[in-house]
Design a protein around this ligand. Structure first.
Ligand code: HEC
Length: 272
């Protein structure tokens, strides 16, 4: 602007006009460069923002799928004391000669999973191995979960990591048998353990999907199949119901096989 005013203020020679025009153009050029630098930065931030938004959306997609898997598992309900704080553990389960308490699976750093790596959480779910290397009592159905697809595990863990931290320490294992964790469980698993291979992807439809959910995600057999006194499932009575003494819940659980009379097996002898 200054140049134009000064040119108008005095009668300029053609040379002066030429150089003034040149300076003017240069100033415009510099201004444009300055502008475009802002434009460039703006574009850059816009790009970063959209990539971030995309990845967040992508991430929350994963969390949503994880929540769906979580609900298919029955909300990992064993980790909640009935009417207690969700996922904070401490629900008691009877085992031969004692009691085991489900653990806190919230994101609390000290008493929950807050400081566990994804792989450590996965090892606990599918191998029954804790972060400190000790064995998890197989009341936690890791043998069945070992067949859960990688993609579902990943989503489930992403969801678990969104759980609000709740500080609540898990009571210690109460067992009358010494070395339950260090010797008893590894021996039990060697003899009776039934692990599966985790497929990369879960079956998407049909009977295959149903079977996958029943066996590796929703674990219907965990409650609906009777067990012997040391907790080994009787596979010839798969899903055929369990009596109070042979079910993990300590109550009668119905036969859900397609048996026409739908009678309860075993010691209950009651018909429905
Ligand atoms: C945590 C233990 C548990 C799990 C896991 C479980 N159930 Fe059950 N189920 C029960 C109990 C306990 C009952 C009986 C409830 C009652 O009598 O009120 C029952 C009842 C049923 C009934 C009603 C049967 C009848 O004769 O009344 C069906 C059907 C059923 N479950 C199917 C399933 C399926 C399918 C799955 C897996 C997707 C499953 N359950 C997983 C504990 C479980």
């Amino acid at each position: 602007m200054g140049i134009i005013v000064s040119l108008l203020g005095k009668r300029a020679s053609s040379n002066e006009i030429f150089y003034a025009a040149l300076r003017f153009m240069r100033q415009i050029g510099v201004a444009m460069m300055r502008e475009s630098r802002w434009l460039f930065l703006l574009l850059f931030f816009f790009l970063i923002h959209s990539v971030d938004a995309w990845s967040q959306e992508h991430g929350s997609d994963l969390v949503q799928r994880g929540q769906y898997i979580f609900s298919l598992t029955g909300g990992c309900a064993c980790h909640t004391v009935p009417k207690g704080t969700f996922n904070a553990g401490a629900r008691a389960f009877p085992i031969p000669l004692g009691k085991v308490y489900s653990t806190n699976i919230t994101q609390d750093k000290e008493t929950g999973l807050g400081s566990w790596a994804d792989q450590q959480i996965q090892d606990a779910i599918v191998k029954g191995i804790r972060r400190d290397g000790s064995n998890i009592i197989p009341v936690m159905p890791y043998e069945a979960y070992s067949g859960m697809a990688e993609e579902d595990l990943k989503a489930l863990i992403a969801y678990l990591k969104t759980l609000k931290p709740v500080k609540k320490a898990t009571p210690e294992l109460e067992s009358g048998a010494p070395l339950t964790r260090s010797l008893g469980i590894p021996t039990y698993l060697k003899i009776f353990g039934r692990f599966s291979n985790s497929p990369a992807q879960a079956p998407k439809s049909g009977i295959e999907r149903g079977q996958y959910l029943v066996e590796h995600v929703s674990l219907c057999g965990d409650c609906h199949t009777p067990r012997n006194f040391i907790g080994v499932p009787n596979r010839s009575l798969y899903l055929a119901g369990a009596g109070a003494k042979t079910s993990p819940l300590g109550e009668d659980i119905p036969n859900i096989t397609p048996d026409k009379e739908r009678y309860r097996q075993l010691e209950t002898g009651r018909y429905r």
